[in-house]
Design a protein around this ligand. Structure first.
Ligand SMILES: [Zn+2]
Length: 704
């Protein structure tokens, strides 16, 4: 769905007492080697040049290694203070640099940075393995772990010891030397392949396809702002005077929703779903085959039946079987609902006399017609109330009402692209919480989708709290001509979603790096998705949804239609999402991971589940970045798992009769602050007072 994890989070890295630095002439000009003199010590983006990354990464690795060597060389009996604590805070320079590098490679890349990524990525993978497979270091960590119950540790310390020990075990520390050597090769190969996968998707999304229109008649059905945006894009694409449509959602979706020319809709949607599947140098099929095999090998090396079992063992769900049972519970009612939606749309098509059978590229077009007929609601009618500026005010309003916090636009904070805006986030009493970047629109060097990431995570050094630097990256509709960026309601909820991740990162407050904000993968979308609930509440809409020209508050009639249509197309959306989740699970639970034909595998796996051809999985394999180059492998299901939690959590606010119930808000903030300090289910139950219930989710989607 939305959030992607940055590629370079392979290992948990961070650090304290810096080791001696290699000083030479070049270092003096490298901003990574100087104390940041920027506000709140954010990265000095104005000074950072691509040539600074490699030396800084290399020096970071050297320092980190020296810190590890220092831990190993200690003569005293290993304990928390001489082993765990220095390990927990080690590698700070490397962490700082790789965060900047990984984030920029996702949001603001270019050929030079991509080339560097190919060089840097294997170095980081090797370094991660050098640490986790270091037998002397492991011996010390294990010694603390084995004696952890008699060392007089606090609850937080105990958890850190267990987490770090577990990292080593899952990193292969207990394997034979021979298997460790195999694991290193597997990890190295996997990191290269996932990088290649993401480069291919980036090129296929942003560069390799354009639908260029030169006949005005082919624009029939499109609104003036969409046409204007396509004209601007055409100029950018060096075809001035024409209209250019891309595979970025803000360009593609309005075309699929409104363009009357069916052949062109097919052409555009095919461009989208064939990404990475053209048999050329950007094709991802061979890469997928290799990734699936290597991951299976890794899962088995680690003593699990396969890769999914290895990954999910750490999650709330615990086993792939548990996930499968859960997904099936939703699949049957969702598929039934989607088939009903299709029948309703086909009836419209028949009535209009088009003599067509609806295909996948028709879905958005007829869904819009259905929305209009059934709910008398037109997406175009809503958009003027959701200018980017007003939606931004909306998220700030909700955060302020819930938590009392404020957001101050700061032009003195360095940014990595002129389109980025920076905010200082403050408590009600003015105390600094952190820095928040927002980056709203598509660019050539930016991956598709939306995600939230950090340039610095909250931590403590010498008892002093270091505050976080967080970034929300999105790909929303651009302003066109005199019209500001007007968001679709889907974009509105995406903004609330990423903002929820940002609040999680801003609020988390834990004494140790390893456990700060560390939650199971299937918990991580709770803080984000819960925020989406506020976006469509009538009382909240009235606070932020104002017409961009007249400042008129969104009329009650329109709100009523929006609320009434909240279950619109939910069959489709749930099915396309579940199909992708099921596909992910299929890839990572194969008993024989050798796949002859990726397209066939994908098709057969989903047809067997009963997926109808009018709906494609939300991501087909060849551009399924979440699982082949992001952090969601064997974990795409986590969004809907967490949806049970977020629907249930929001229900608590509803039940209380106050969407901003202060006591509940305080408890939810506590959940965010303390996340990572305990098992996910226990953290949740502490907030809710009971285990989560699936019913609110089924009801919200009209699946009950
Ligand atoms: Zn998310």
């Amino acid at each position: 769905m939305r959030k992607l994890i940055i590629v370079f989070c392979a290992l948990h890295l961070a650090s304290g007492a810096p080791a001696q630095m290699n000083t030479n002439k070049a270092d003096m000009n490298n901003p990574f080697f100087r104390e940041y003199k920027t506000p709140f010590q954010v990265p000095p983006f104005d000074d950072i040049k691509p040539e600074h990354f490699l030396p800084a990464i290399e020096e970071g690795i050297r320092q980190h290694t020296a810190e590890i060597d220092l831990i190993i060389s200690g003569r005293d009996l290993p304990d928390f203070n001489n082993t765990i604590l220095p390990y927990d805070t080690s590698g700070e320079l490397l962490s700082d640099v790789s965060k900047v590098f990984g984030n920029l490679n996702g949001a603001n890349t270019n050929a030079l940075i991509q080339k560097l990524a190919r060089e840097i990525s294997p170095k980081l993978t090797k370094h991660g393995d050098d640490i986790l497979l270091n037998p002397e270091l492991f011996r010390k960590i294990k010694s603390v772990y084995d004696h952890r119950l008699t060392l007089g540790l606090s609850g937080d310390q105990l958890r850190v010891v267990e987490k770090i020990y577990n990292d080593f075990v899952r990193g292969g520390a207990n394997l034979s030397a021979q298997d460790q050597a195999k694991l290193r090769l597997v990890n190295e190969e996997l990191s290269k392949l996932s990088l290649q996968f993401s480069e291919n998707v980036l090129a296929e999304t942003n560069k390799n396809f354009r639908l260029v229109i030169d006949n005005k008649k082919d624009l029939e059905g499109l609104s003036p702002d969409v046409i204007e945006a396509a004209a601007i894009q055409a100029t950018k694409d060096s075809v001035p005077g024409k209209w250019s449509f891309t595979l970025q959602k803000p360009s593609m979706l309005p075309f699929l929703q409104y363009a009357k020319n069916r052949n062109l809709r097919e052409k555009l949607y095919s461009g989208y779903f064939m990404r990475g599947d053209h048999g050329n140098k950007f094709d991802n099929k061979e890469i997928i085959k290799k990734i699936v095999q290597l991951r299976d090998e890794k899962g088995k090396l680690m003593g699990y039946p396969g890769f999914a079992a290895f990954v999910i063992a750490e999650n709330m769900a615990q086993t792939p079987q548990e996930v499968d049972v859960f997904l099936q519970k939703l699949w049957t009612p969702a598929l039934k609902r989607a088939k009903n939606e299709l029948a309703e749309m086909q009836a419209i098509a028949d009535r209009d006399g088009g003599k067509i059978k609806i295909q996948s590229w028709d879905w958005w077009f007829y869904a819009e017609k259905l929305r209009k007929e059934k709910y008398n609601l037109d997406e175009a009618e809503l958009k003027p109330y959701f200018s980017l500026e007003n939606v931004k005010k909306g998220i700030f309003y909700v955060a302020n009402k819930l938590y009392g916090i404020t957001f101050e636009n700061r032009n003195d904070i360095p940014i990595y692209n002129s389109e980025v805006v920076a905010y200082e986030v403050k408590e009600a009493d003015g105390k600094h919480i952190g820095v928040l970047y927002m980056d709203f629109h598509p660019r050539d060097g930016k991956r598709a989708g939306a995600w939230c990431t950090t340039y610095r995570t909250q931590k403590y050094r010498d008892g002093k709290k270091i505050t976080p630097v967080v970034s929300m990256v999105m790909n929303f509709t651009r302003p066109a001509g005199n019209v500001p960026a007007l968001l679709s309601f889907d974009e509105v909820t995406t903004m609330f979603h990423e903002f929820g991740h940002a609040l999680h990162r801003l609020f988390q407050d834990q004494p140790y790096d390893r456990t700060a904000g560390d939650v199971p993968r299937d918990f991580v979308e709770l803080p984000s998705q819960v925020m989406e609930n506020w976006a469509s509440e009538p009382a909240v809409l009235k606070a932020y949804a104002r017409h961009y020209q007249t400042a008129e508050i969104i009329p009650d009639g329109l709100i009523a239609k929006l609320v009434k249509s909240s279950q619109f197309n939910q069959g489709f959306e749930t099915v396309e999402y579940l199909a992708a989740s099921i596909l992910d699970l299929k890839y990572h639970t194969l008993s024989n991971p050798v796949i002859a034909d990726i397209a066939k595998f994908e098709n057969e796996s989903l047809t067997r589940e009963g997926l109808i051809p009018e709906i494609l999985p939300r991501y087909r394999s060849t551009y399924f970045s979440h699982i082949f180059s992001g952090g969601y492998s064997a974990g795409y299901y986590v969004y809907i798992w967490a949806a049970v939690l977020d629907a249930d959590a929001f229900e608590a606010f509803k039940e209380s009769g106050d969407l901003f119930n202060p006591a509940l808000a305080a408890k939810f903030r506590e959940l965010l602050t303390k996340s990572g300090s305990d098992d996910g289910m226990r953290i949740y139950t502490r907030f809710r007072g009971k285990a989560p219930d699936i019913q609110p989710l089924l009801h919200r989607r009209g699946l009950d």
